[in-house]
Design a binder for this molecule. Structure first.
Ligand SMILES: [Zn+2]
Length: 696
């Protein structure tokens, strides 16, 4: 079935890309010869109308339009703008900045000027051929298009056909300016109460709701047809899908449920209680939602790894043939990837390859890629080993979408008085140079100003300064190990300085129980590799599940591999290779038989523990018998829980579906990293649920 053709009509905004002193005024528009001359003078400011306006409503509308186009194609939706200077124009018409608005005109002035511009006729021509028309106009703009009930409609009715559907998003009062039409019409009158309900300022609310609708259509294309058939469902659609909004709504019910959940003794739960939202207004940048970036660290696996024989694909090239998590899952389990300079330069070969093909192609990821300088790599240096110009060039050259200014960490011994001030000033002056040179050059990536600090005030002062410098994206560094409560104090101090256009990233902080409160306080993105890395770095929480419970993976090291543990065991004479080999094979075989339902849980545990008993790491050539007993006791309990509950059978992710029980075996890169990919999948699912005010 053909999708309805969509037209959006929105108004011009006072905020524009440029504001030259000699911009056009009302007088200029009255005489076409004069207008022509003035246009020539202002030619350097010519821009397509779609990109000229920078008011909140316009930005949100454009985001919604882009979303629909990405999903349905460019021709699926057209945009017209009602300009108080140019009349009704298409988004592609090039215009220059002007200072004219219907908002400040008196009723009769609106009528006269609209008549002069021929708006009503233009309106009639514009709507021909569209099935679904969204009209996002304020009171005087509606009046310009349709006239008014008191002075008589300009042209009544506007020529429209009964197989069209019109949706008006209009302020409460201006709903009176909407005439009766032959088309199916739905009017959503908006008031301050609605702004509160949607937690969005009244000024941009129309655009915000349209964008929200677009987000819903992107997820379910059939909604477009549905709204065409029954325009009233528009409200339900934008209401029932609280996209990245109203995060606090999930809180009371969550508190109740956590009381009922018994904490498992072993195999700890990640499901910590959500941190309550403080009594502060939601940050004005709430509409950005929240994005998760994963730091890149060559996290790849062999796609044809032979688990039964424990063999790599013969002749494989570890870069060419191995694949990333986003090549395994149907869609990525992150909104973007963070790549530090140190990772790019990990080897000479890698660096050359990345320089050759660009970052997106190298990591085979078409989504957002953020670049930073990896401040931990030079924490001990007095000054960072890079200069701003080379970093700007580097971000541009290899094609980053976002580039972070050069910062210097203020943590540990570097947070002492005397050192910290220097690093603080240095980080700020780097950020200033970064944005100035970025603005002067033709750089395509979005600049992010990196902030360091040592207390709420120092962070807040820097954020304030960055926003004044022109930054629209700020990244807070040095907080990866900071307790959540302290991060909250910092965010509260920053809160008053944030604008609706400010995005804010938290470097290295991925805490699910703080997602709603971080979001409320203005954090729009963060990065974390912790779910991935816990798969092999945590002593117990290796396999994560959707309800927050975690399990230990079963340790079966490769006896003939290069691991240190086996080497030490053999050196200390704890056991011999032959015995270990036999126990290893038996453990793997029995686990698979257990998974297939052919061996009991008790027999399987016996086999696993027979191996595990020998695996306690000798210290100075000797095994401590108490440590050994403790390890055995812990593992007996953790493995029993894992085998009893068999969480890998309940996971719907492609890795668990494909490799089954292998995913919970702690053994080599191809199992451990796949388990990390699974954890990332779980993390992303839980993160998105939290953003929607839900909880698993
Ligand atoms: Zn899974």
């Amino acid at each position: 079935m053909r999708q309805p053709r969509v037209l959006v009509i929105t108004s011009c905004t006072g905020e524009k890309r440029y504001k030259p002193k000699n911009q056009l005024t009302l007088e200029d528009f009255k005489n076409s010869a004069r207008l022509q001359k003035r246009h020539e003078k202002l030619a350097q400011f010519l821009y397509p109308a779609g990109q000229m306006y920078t008011g909140v409503q316009h930005l949100r509308v454009m985001e919604g339009v882009q979303l629909l186009r990405q999903s349905l194609g460019r021709e699926a939706i057209h945009l017209a703008i009602l300009s108080a200077g140019y009349g009704l124009i298409s988004e592609d018409k090039t215009i220059v900045p002007y200072e004219v608005t219907f908002n400040t005109m008196k009723g009769y002035e609106v009528n006269e000027w609209a008549k002069f511009l021929g708006i009503s006729q233009a309106f009639e021509r514009a709507i021909v051929g569209y099935d679904l028309v969204f009209i996002l106009l304020g009171e005087n703009y509606l009046r310009a298009a349709f006239g008014s009930p008191r002075s008589g409609w300009l042209r009544l009715p506007v020529e429209n056909s009964s197989n069209q559907t019109f949706i008006f998003l209009a302020s409460h009062l201006s709903a009176n300016y909407i005439p009766d039409l032959a088309a199916k019409t739905f009017v959503l009158p908006l008031s301050n109460a609605d702004a509160k309900h949607y937690r969005y300022g009244l000024v941009g609310l129309k655009g915000f709701l349209f964008k929200r609708f677009a987000e819903c259509v992107v997820r379910e294309e059939a909604l477009l047809q549905k709204v065409y058939d029954e325009p009233e469902v528009f409200v339900q659609i934008v209401d029932t899908e609280p996209v990245q909004l109203e995060l606090s709504l999930g809180l009371p019910e969550v508190k109740l449920s956590t009381k009922l959940v018994k904490k498992p003794k072993i195999g700890k739960s990640e499901d910590k209680e959500l941190i309550p939202i403080p009594n502060l207004d939601a940050a004005p940048n709430l509409h950005f939602g929240m994005h998760y970036f994963i730091p890149e660290w060559d996290d790849r696996v062999d796609p044809r790894y032979d688990f039964l024989r424990d063999a790599m694909t013969p002749g494989r090239d570890p870069y060419e043939d191995d694949i990333y998590a986003h090549q395994i899952y149907y869609s990525p389990n992150y909104n973007g990837i963070l790549v530090s300079k140190g990772i790019v330069e990990r080897s000479k070969k890698k660096k050359i390859q990345i320089e050759e093909v660009g970052i997106h192609k190298f990591i085979r990821f078409s989504g957002s890629v953020m670049g930073d300088c990896g401040a931990f790599g030079y924490i001990k240096e007095e000054v960072p080993p890079y200069n701003t110009e080379e970093i700007l060039e580097y971000y541009q050259r290899i094609g980053f979408d976002y580039g972070v200014s050069i910062d210097h960490l203020i943590v540990g011994s570097f947070a002492e008085s005397g050192v910290r001030e220097k690093r603080y000033e240095l980080t700020i002056s780097n950020a200033e140079e970064f944005i100035q040179k970025h603005q002067a050059g033709a750089y395509k990536f979005t600049p992010i100003g990196a902030v360091q600090g040592w207390n709420p005030e120092s962070y807040a002062q820097a954020v304030k300064a960055y926003i004044e410098m022109g930054y629209e994206y700020i990244g807070l560094g040095g907080l990866a190990r900071t307790p959540t409560q302290e991060i909250l104090e910092i965010l509260k101090a920053i809160h008053p300085h944030l604008t609706p256009n400010t995005r804010m990233h938290l470097f290295g902080v991925g805490r699910l129980n703080a997602v709603p409160v971080f979001r409320h306080l203005g954090v729009t993105s963060f990065d974390s590799a912790s779910p991935l890395r816990k798969a092999w770095l945590d002593s117990a929480a290796n396999y994560h599940t959707i309800d927050g419970k975690t399990y230990a993976a079963i340790r079966i090291p490769k006896v003939d591999g290069s691991g240190v543990r086996i080497k030490r065991l053999l050196e200390a004479g704890v056991s011999d290779r032959e015995t270990l080999n036999r126990l290893e094979k038996n453990a793997l075989h029995t686990l698979r038989e257990f998974d297939a339902g052919r061996v009991s849980l008790e027999s399987t545990l016996d086999v696993l523990l027979a191996l595990d008993e020998l695996l306690e790491l000798p210290r100075n050539g000797k095994v401590n018998p108490q440590e050994k007993a403790r390890r055995l006791g812990r593992h007996a309990q953790m493995y029993r829980e894992l085998l009893e509950e068999q969480p890998w059978k309940k996971c719907d992710c492609v890795i668990c579906q494909e490799i089954g029980i292998e995913v919970v075996i702690f053994r080599g890169n191809d199992r451990n990293r796949r388990r990390g990919f699974h954890n990332t999948y779980i993390f992303y699912k839980r993160f998105n649920a939290l953003l929607k005010g839900r909880r698993y």
